[in-house]
Design a protein around this ligand. Structure first.
Ligand code: SAM
Length: 200
């Protein structure tokens, strides 16, 4: 993990119950998340899986607040999950957002309609292949694409499959969120580029 993501992960765990800092932090990502809600067409009937929620699960909390969707947030760092529980509880969002320990490249806890993956998540290729493999037909997958100058800090997206859409994001560390759509007839090869390992 790069120095910046390691610092952010540690900081989120420390301030997760300070609701003023959480609100400030979340505001910095408001436009990003509204863009992603629009890119994936997230609505209140969707079950959303957020991978890499950290100690301040602002992506999960914001999606639940903006759309009414239920969100299951996972992180492979158990200490981050304990901090995320405290954060969710202090904001009284427990009816909409659940935090669980788990790795995005391993068994996933829910059958999601939409998955949204943190910029810091790694390895992105394995996480993407795993999501596709465990997706329902018609699922939508959102990843954040690091800027070229940030590739020493964040894992890049694989060259294949090619996303079906993307939206500009005006952040220092990433400039796009991208959308992968799992076809309604399931994760078949022809629409998902080179991921032959998931072809059934
Ligand atoms: C510091 S957080 C930032 C996310 C932010 N709080 C949000 O709401 O979008 C990034 C987290 O991703 C987690 N992470 C990285 N790779 C992961 C993976 N493969 N599966 C699950 N969590 C992962 C790290 O443990 C870290 O806590």
């Amino acid at each position: 993990m790069g120095v910046i993501p390691a610092f952010v992960a540690r900081m989120e765990k420390k301030v997760s119950t300070n609701i003023y800092l959480v609100a400030y932090y979340s505001r910095q990502y408001r436009e990003v998340i509204l863009n992603e809600v629009s890119l994936a067409g997230i609505n209140s009937r969707d079950l959303v899986l957020n991978i890499g929620c950290g100690g301040i699960p602002y992506t999960a909390l914001s999606i639940a607040s903006y759309t009414g969707a239920r969100v299951c947030a996972i992180d492979r760092d158990e200490e981050a999950i304990r901090a995320a529980h405290r954060c969710i509880k202090s904001l009284k969002m427990g009816d909409k957002v659940t935090a669980l320990a788990g790795d995005g490249s391993d068994n996933l806890p829910v059958k999601f309609d939409v998955a949204i993956v943190a910029l810091q998540a790694e390895p992105k290729k394995e996480v993407l292949e795993n999501l596709i493999m465990q997706s329902k037909p018609g699922a939508r997958l959102i990843f954040r694409s690091p800027r070229h100058k940030s590739l020493n800090q964040y894992d890049s997206l694989p060259v294949a499959p090619v996303p079906s859409a993307k939206i500009n994001q005006n952040k220092t560390t990433f400039n796009y969120s991208v959308l992968y759509e799992v076809p309604l007839n399931g994760p078949k090869c022809q629409n998902l580029g080179q991921i032959t390992s998931v072809c059934s």
